[in-house]
Write a protein that binds this ligand. Structure first.
Ligand code: KG4
Ligand code: ZN
Length: 347
């Protein structure tokens, strides 16, 4: 079985072809970072226009690279939400046109659930060994913790009540003068810094609450930088920036560790932890999870932590196999009404 995935929920345009064994034949991602960098973050209108320009050429390039005709594709999977509405509309409209023209089933996919399935792209997987599982998706837009009885059964246990974890990395990076997107740059500066230099507030201390919060930590860094600038001047010395990055990173990741430990305690049946999304690329997060979490953690490759269409095709394929072709004939759904995750009972 071959599936075509289409991803356009934020600032990466992705097209990929995967087979029924989660093998990636081709996965193309066109990044828009250069268009948004000058603004220090993603500009939704620019993102939608860029998707519009790149989608068709990227689709043709992907099929050519895979030496596959659209006739050989069994299903089309597209990100239907959550994400920037203008960006989603471009990908979904393209996918609907393709489905209409070819008669292929179209599978609408939840982007955040798709991130979880990115783990299956890179890990040899035996479901019975790994489920039930906990899943942590940490990206620029989401900080979600799920209980999963099976790969298709998502119960949202917790999410952020304000900023997402990756968003706080991007905002702190901008404040210390590092370019967007800032997560990886904070991590590399943090390697040269001492995480104990600047004590950070411990957010969401309540040991019974799984919810996340990052805006207080970000605000703390705003005031810390103001104080440091009074001492050092507006251009902070490199050692100071490195110490701020290390101190911030340790607490930002520390909150993920504490809440995951709490979830592992609340859900003792969990056999594994699946970790995905851009922040899962962090080497420091991987180290800390390995040391501080009592169940085995699985991650995608660093490239597949970022937004891509292979994860969408992979998850779409699992839905298609589970629900059958009849479930995916209709095209009368839209990006406004679908895939708003609901809080589960476990929060
Ligand atoms: O999954 P992704 O590509 O896009 C969203 O769906 O948001 O994640 C991008 C996010 C950005 O916020 C970026 O700063 C963050 O992932 N990120 C990191 C690291 N690498 C990327 N955050 C912390 N440490 C990293 N090494
Ligand atoms: Zn994402």
């Amino acid at each position: 079985m071959l599936g075509l995935g289409i991803e356009s929920s934020c600032d990466d345009t992705g097209i990929a072809i995967v087979d029924g064994e989660h093998r990636v034949l081709v996965s193309e991602v066109a990044s828009q970072i250069d268009c948004h960098r000058v603004f220090g973050g993603v500009v939704p209108e620019i993102a939608a226009r860029e998707h519009l320009q790149i989608l068709l050429p990227l689709y043709k390039k992907t099929l050519e690279k895979a030496s596959i005709s659209i006739e050989n594709i069994d299903y089309i999977a597209v990100t239907a939400g959550p994400g920037l509405v203008g960006s989603l509309l471009v990908g979904v409209s393209f996918a609907k046109g393709l489905a209409l023209a070819t008669g292929k089933p179209l599978i609408p996919v939840d982007h955040v659930h798709g991130h979880v399935h990115s783990v299956f792209l890179d890990v040899s997987w035996r479901e019975e060994d790994r489920f039930p599982a906990l899943a942590l998706v940490v990206s620029g837009g989401h900080t979600n913790l799920y209980w999963m009885r099976t790969p298709l059964d998502f119960t949202l246990l917790a999410s952020t009540i304000d900023d997402a974890c990756g968003e706080s990395f991007d905002k702190v990076a901008k404040m210390v003068g590092l370019e967007y997107p800032g997560g990886a740059k904070i991590e590399s500066w943090a390697k040269r810094g001492n995480p104990k230099t600047y004590p950070m507030p411990v957010m969401m201390k309540d040991r019974s609450q799984l919810q996340f919060s990052y805006s207080g930590l970000k605000t703390h860094v705003v005031y810390l930088l103001q104080r440091l600038q009074q001492t050092h001047g507006t251009r902070l010395p490199d050692e100071v920036i490195a110490d701020v990055c290390a101190s911030f990173q340790e607490e930002a990741l520390g909150q993920l560790i504490r809440k995951t430990q709490l979830a592992v305690g609340k859900y003792p049946g969990a056999k594994s932890l699946l970790v995905a999304g851009g922040v899962a690329a962090s080497t420091r997060l991987r180290e800390r999870l390995a040391q501080e979490i009592s169940i085995p953690a699985f991650f995608p490759s660093r490239a597949n932590c970022m937004d891509n269409a292979a994860m969408i095709a992979c998850y779409g394929g699992a839905l298609f196999r589970n629900q059958g072709v009849e479930a995916f004939g209709a095209l009368d759904w839209d990006v406004y009404s679908r895939y708003r995750p609901q809080m589960g009972q476990g929060a």
